[in-house]
Design a protein around this ligand. Structure first.
Ligand code: BG6
Length: 529
């Protein structure tokens, strides 16, 4: 049966005319969805994200027949170039980065025909006047009915100036606009700390309603991340055990072997906590720990996620010293290749204090999770790329089979977010033979083996959802706010505490020793990845 929902307006004052429409929620049923006509304007179209992720995502959406039949895309950036030059550049990038390759020239050219370029400074009125006229022409040509999606893939300092200009030139509509919509997708980071995030929100909401703001966290677009909800709430056998009575600890790791990839300037401003922990990692934690939502509407799901973050115990002063570990990489080797220290990367200060690794112990203080530690860690230049959630259960009592077995291996469920996407369950089994020998075995589910089809890129799903007006997989402001509320004191505590020798780790290792000691103190260790 195809189910549908009305976006619920209990938590947020939802009066957007588009939000009143009934949509089919993709998490809810397998129905084909029809997207409304629209024009997507990408600010920062000369950047890496556009050519590596956004344009290939549009290419694949079109291939799958998911783009509206009336659709056009305009790249907005400062560099002077014409439509043809822009298309030529993108052609090579699609061939290089798209998960499916164009079948022939016709395939790619017909796609590029609906991509345009508009060059202007982000602060120049003229640029927006021309944009307005241009978009109106495209409306006539493509039948896009004035519907607009603006994707802000720009430095955070431009978020507000761009929205102000769009507003001043009537390029964003009021939430009450009839028969047309405007939505804005904002890349992270949303703010720099709790104060700046709140101030940005206050300024943005002078021109946009919360329902028009789509804060992107591409982790939420990953199939394996969406599957956390399905795994937990569409099976009976796990949910009953999902609490402090049965679970000993939960570990979440976002490990990358790459460094900062030429983004020295960005990293010097942000650091790893803002880049990965405040958003991607906190989203994973919320999905693992949340209560079942009352339905699958965007607000019901986000209401439950935000409660998890609100329930995390703030770090007392002592915990800031003991339970939060930061690190920065120094020279080392990754897969046999020499890798340079963070401080020697381009655009990084010699004495930089910025963290490229972080590990923490957190407690979600509610009835379900009281007493269960959540150990989280993320880092650059670690031995391999691997994002995993490991849920470790309590050991059985040493009474029957484990009397003489000092190992007593606990059950464990591992969600492999990437790579080798899948889920595995570890349990004990009798080794065949006369002796009562017990050995842990693993039951494993792998997406590609099982479903035999490629998993779509996160950006495909998220752009498609925004066109549909479904914000389920985007972060609501209170999620971001509460995450900043928890983590701003951590950032503040680092400000006057320079890195010491204990904070440095060699490229190709699992971070500073203190990260292992964090678990050793509790008689535990990080799961081997
Ligand atoms: C981005 C961060 O949001 O996520 C990068 O800015 C990071 O620093 C990237 O490398 C990781 O994404 P993924 O999808 O490769 O895990």
């Amino acid at each position: 049966m195809a189910l549908s929902y009305q976006p619920d307006n209990q938590s947020m004052n939802n009066t957007n005319s588009q939000a009143d429409k009934t949509f089919s929620n993709p998490l809810q049923d397998g129905k084909e969805l029809i997207a409304d006509p629209c024009i997507l304007v990408i600010f920062g179209a000369s950047g890496d994200l556009t050519s590596r992720k956004l344009i290939p995502a549009l290419f694949n959406l079109r291939k799958n027949g998911q783009l509206p039949s009336s659709f056009a895309c305009v790249g907005f950036a400062r560099r002077e170039k014409n439509h043809e030059e822009f298309r030529d550049e993108l052609k090579g990038k699609i061939e290089q980065f798209s998960r499916t390759k164009p079948s022939d020239d016709q395939d790619i050219d017909s796609f590029l025909d609906m991509i345009y370029y508009h060059s202007s400074n982000f602060e120049e009125n003229k640029g927006y006047e021309h944009l307005d006229l241009f978009l109106k022409d495209l409306d006539k040509k493509y039948g896009t009915k004035g519907n607009r999606i603006y994707y802000l893939s720009v430095q955070p300092s431009y978020f507000l100036p761009i929205i102000e200009k769009l507003h001043a030139h009537d390029l964003v509509y009021s939430k009450d606009a009839k028969d047309k919509f405007s939505r804005v997708i904002i890349e992270k980071p949303f703010g720099h700390n709790i104060e700046s995030a709140s101030s940005l929100q206050n300024s943005l909401t002078k021109h946009l309603s919360e329902e028009q703001i789509y804060r992107i966290d591409h982790y939420l677009g990953k199939e394996t991340v969406q599957n956390l909800l399905v795994f937990r709430f569409s099976n009976t056998i796990f949910e009953g055990l999902w609490n402090n009575r049965y679970i000993d600890n939960i570990q979440i790791t976002v490990s990358e072997s790459i460094g900062i990839e030429g983004r020295g300037g960005f990293y010097e401003e942000q650091g790893l906590l803002r880049d990965i922990i405040q958003n991607h990692l906190m989203q994973l934690l919320s999905l693992v720990a949340m209560e079942p939502p009352i339905n699958l509407s965007p607000n019901s799901i986000r209401d439950e996620k935000v409660k998890v973050v609100q329930a995390i115990r703030p770090f007392p002063e002592q915990a800031l010293k003991e339970d939060v570990i930061r690190g920065q990489y120094i020279n080392g080797f990754i897969e046999g290749e020499e890798a340079i220290a963070y401080r020697n990367e381009d655009k990084v200060a010699n004495g930089s204090q910025v963290e490229t690794f972080c590990a923490m112990k957190m407690f979600v203080e509610n009835w379900r999770w009281a007493g269960v530690p959540f150990y989280i860690r993320a880092g650059k230049r670690l031995p391999k790329r691997c994002t995993e959630i490991a849920v470790t259960f309590k050991k059985v009592p040493n009474i029957l089979f484990h009397k003489n077995d000092k190992h007593n291996t606990p059950n464990c469920i591992i969600f492999r977010i990437q790579p080798n996407e899948g889920t595995s369950i570890k349990f004990n089994s009798k080794v065949p033979g006369g002796a009562n020998i017990i050995q842990p075995v693993t039951m494993d589910f792998q997406y590609d083996n099982y479903f035999g089809k490629e998993v779509p890129e996160a950006y495909e799903r998220l752009i498609f959802d925004c066109i549909l007006g479904d914000s389920t997989l985007f972060a609501r402001f209170d999620e971001s706010y509460n995450s900043w509320k928890l983590l701003t004191p951590v950032l503040n505590s680092w400000q006057n505490a320079p890195l010491t020798n204990n904070n440095f780790y060699q490229c190709g290792t699992w971070g500073p020793q203190a990260s292992d000691q964090l678990l050793e103190r509790d008689g535990r260790s990080w799961k081997t990845l």
